[in-house]
Design a protein around this ligand. Structure first.
Ligand code: TLP
Length: 339
């Protein structure tokens, strides 16, 4: 099977497994795991933040960011297609007791104007807007990059309006590599940043939340309360550290393969958006039915809407697999045309 459902499906490489096997460990709840500590320092430095905390998932790092940036009853503003709004099991309400205000905007973008229009004045009737959440790259928009200028502009507007900014950077390094912009340049405009080692970077598990010292100290309490305090976590943190050290630059290969895949599907008669990073969105007649047929051809992907599917390139997909996917999709399309 060629698995393009997500860049989360990768298996640790041999070198990564060796790093895991040899990792020095300790009890991280006591702050004594040397590998976790090294990872947290490494990622804080990479993102230009004072500190970072290692957590089991991107959902947890996002939700700790929300929890620390709000009080119960406050409002969190985000794009209507944001992962935090759509795919985190209602956690903003469940864990932080906040109200989410989804805004529309082309391809994942929240404009400064839309933000200003959405922010409510101080009034006893209104929830207090406290936090703007941005996502880069934007998953549902097809791995779209939020350009630095626009990102900085909406973050500056948020600050003017008295809001903090959280960045869901599950795939921030895809944006960084694709634009040759250091990740820290986006992070400068955010108070808290979540990054994942378990997406394109190929680690089996693990995300980090970065911010200032005080925020990350508080995050350690929140992580404990949310059930994310881990013990000899160095075994898995070693994989994350390996991923940050060795797998960032190679994301360019995933982007190249996404382009190659899109071009091949386009030649085979599909309507495909030009990918900016490692996510390819393809229009089909009926997504679920198409995916079943594709699976019979040995290729897995996921539905994005009733008539759009998502294919994601990653560490475990080479050029041969891309050719095979294009061939499988061509067979399906010509069969459909002959019907
Ligand atoms: N995204 C997954 C699914 O949950 C949809 C995927 O396959 O793309 N932020 C963004 C932008 C994400 O894409 C994801 C995972 C997360 C946060 C959550 O990360 P985890 O799965 O580690 O909780």
């Amino acid at each position: 099977m060629i698995d393009l459902r997500s860049d989360t499906v990768t298996r640790p490489t041999e070198a990564m497994r060796r790093a895991m096997a040899g990792a020095p460990v300790g009890d991280d709840v006591f702050g004594e795991d040397p590998t976790v500590n090294r990872l947290e320092e490494y990622v804080a430095e990479l993102l230009g933040k004072e500190a970072a905390i290692y957590c089991p998932s991107g959902t947890m790092t996002n939700q700790i960011g929300l929890y620390l940036g709000t009080n119960r009853g406050d409002e969190v503003i985000l794009h209507e297609a944001a992962h935090i709004f759509n795919y985190e099991a209602g956690a903003p309400a469940l864990l932080s007791g906040v109200q989410v205000r989804p805004l529309s905007g082309e391809r994942g973008v929240v404009s400064p104007e839309a933000l200003r229009a959405a922010v409510r004045p101080e009034n006893v009737h209104f929830p207090r807007p406290k936090l703007l959440c941005l996502e880069n790259t934007h998953n549902v928009a097809g791995g779209r990059i939020l350009p630095l200028e626009g990102f900085a502009a909406v973050a500056a507007e948020a600050r003017t309006l008295g809001l903090k900014v959280h960045l869901d950077g599950a795939r921030l390094f895809n944006a960084a590599v694709a634009t040759s912009t250091p990740a820290r340049e986006w992070c400068e405009h955010a108070d808290t940043v979540s990054v994942c080692s378990s997406k394109g970077l190929g680690a089996p598990v693990g995300s980090l939340l970065a911010g200032d010292e005080e925020t990350i100290r508080e995050a350690r309490r929140a992580r404990k309360a949310f059930g994310g305090g881990m013990r000899q976590a160095g075994v898995i943190a070693a994989a994350s550290l390996y991923a940050f050290e060795h797998h960032i630059e190679r994301l360019a290969e995933d982007h190249e393969r996404a382009k190659k895949l899109a071009a091949g599907l386009d030649r085979a008669g599909y309507r495909v958006e030009e990918p900016e990073t490692n996510i390819v969105l393809v229009e089909v007649r009926e997504a679920e039915e198409f995916l079943r047929a594709l699976a019979r051809e040995g290729v897995l992907a996921t539905p994005r809407s009733e008539s759009t599917i998502r294919l994601v390139t990653h560490l475990d997909v080479g050029d041969g697999e891309i050719d095979a996917v294009v061939e499988a999709a061509s067979r399906l399309n010509s069969a459909a045309l002959e019907r």
